[in-house]
Design a protein around this ligand. Sequence first.
Ligand code: HEM
Length: 233
Amino acid sequence: MIEFYASHKLAVWATAILLSMAGCLFYYAAFGPHAVSVHETGPGVLVRRFGVREWVCHWLMLLGFLALAGTGLAQLVPGPGLGHWGPFHGRSGLIFFLVALATLLGWIPDALFKPNDWPWLLKMGGYFSRDAEPPAAGRFNAGQKVYYWALLLVLTGLLVSAVVMEHGPHSPAGRKELFWCLHGLLGCLATMMVIVHAFLSLFVNPRAARVVRDGRVSRRYVEKYHSLWRAQG
Ligand code: HEM
């Protein structure tokens, strides 16, 4: 796999991104969005889902990820500019990792698995049924918890592989070595995960996406999809 990736990096990335987007489109055509009937006006309609620190960190992670994915991909395009983005990418990658770690560690209590997560997982959160009542969930549902731990692992892998790469050759031939390819494949996996995460938040649960505006979402949405969580007003 590593050898195949080393010789077809751009094709692997393009296929992975297109397949993720096609999967999302296919899902949307088959199951559509989750509906919550609510008018979002008047007092008490919104509840705080992210505190100010969490909201700022989420934005920093989002923007940092886009910058890293862009500058990482730019290094895969053959040509004289190949090494141009490397130093910026490497330095901002370290800052991004620290921000992501601070954000994710703050969420550990909400991301630990609890007994109520198993019924959620068995029903796949009701995601593959058009009219299912969503299973009970706490602040994060079991799907979000799986995403959380997978992201933490992938980001750690990106950092470790980056540190090893930095001690090896940066020539085009050196870039075909194991840790360069591992870093690229992990970056590709992270990009697919972020595409699905964004799709679920923006299109399947549009009420959830409101959190990026000011950290608040509709009370009705929280009561339906995170019924075991007591939100603050
Ligand atoms: C954890 C944070 C990260 C760190 C510390 C980091 C660091 C690095 C470093 C040092 C390089 C080599 C640059 C050079 O010196 O030429 C690199 C390359 C690269 N990075 Fe990252 N990176 C991180 C996250 C990411 C993410 C999130 C992605 C994609 C979503 C990504 C994709 C890539 C790609 C595609 C390359 C080029 C690999 C190749 O030439 O085959 N990186 N990274």
